[in-house]
Ligand binder design. Sequence first.
Ligand code: KG4
Ligand code: ZN
Length: 339
Amino acid sequence: MSESLILSIESSCDDSSIAITNIDTLELVYHKKISQELQHSVYGGVVPELAARLHVEALPKILEECKEYFPRLKAIAVTNAPGLSVTLMEGVTMAKALSLSLKLPLIAVNHLKGHIYSLFIEKDEVFPCTILLVSGGHTQIIEAKSHNDMKIIASTMDDSFGESFDKVSKMMKLGYPGGPIVQEKGLKGDENRFDFPVPLRQSPNIEFSYSGLKNAVRMQIEKLENQENELEEQDICDVCASFEKTAVAHIMQKLKKLFKTQGTPKNFAIVGGASANIRLRGEIEELCQKHNTKLFLSQLKYCSDNAAMIGRVAVQQYKQNDFTTIEDIDVQTRVKEFK
Ligand code: KG4
Ligand code: ZN
């Protein structure tokens, strides 16, 4: 039997990635990602136009390596939402061209669903599952009953978890992406030196907010700068440690509330780029152990944006005949709910 493959493309932000997935065995036959972190680091965040330009260079280079698989392809999949419109457009344009020239159906994939399916790369799906999605653009709790039944039950009112790390890093000119940098500095810091307020502590609602914490950190940094002109390395590490402790405490407080009010979930998972955070992983592991909840984590290499997770969703959509057309596929910067 000849293999049936799907080619998937991811370009929703600053990672150019293409994967080839076997539809029948779920095997990840090919996967490559070119990250633009270094190029954006000098600006302290992603510059959309620069990102789009870098995708134009990187995607065709990766595609060149995939040509040998073309005869066995059954569909072309691409992230079309949510993300930066100018960068999503690059992936979608390439997907349309491939669909047209190779006469293959097109599959439009929701990037957030992709993060969820990062759990299931080369594996079968596990449902029902309560999922914490923490990335640069999102902080959400999703109740996933099946591929077609996913509901967002909590989200952030302003900044996301990952974004708050990026902003704290930028305030101290530490570079981008802020998550790994702040985490690293925090390991050398005193988490109890600064007492930042845990957001929405008194609120009975299960929702998130990071702008208040971000401002408290900013004020603390300004205070230190006024005292010392320039921040000492130890100050930076202490700010990072104290901030990370509070940022994670906010999520943990809301998760405990969720477990208490909605019942303990059978399965729980953390996905998204910021799910690489060691402290967050550790505290959630403890919570799940205590409640006898089975915890699923995606492999570290699949936490941040990648096409392998998009390909894994695409396999599911392929099996359900969930295709789109060159005329109908659109790029959306935001999505309110899962399709
Ligand atoms: O999922 P992702 O690669 O891109 C988006 O879809 O947003 O997530 C990137 C985000 C960035 O904000 C980055 O700072 C954050 O994930 N991140 C972390 C860690 N590693 C990456 N945040 C906290 N701790 C980390 N270890
Ligand atoms: Zn993402």
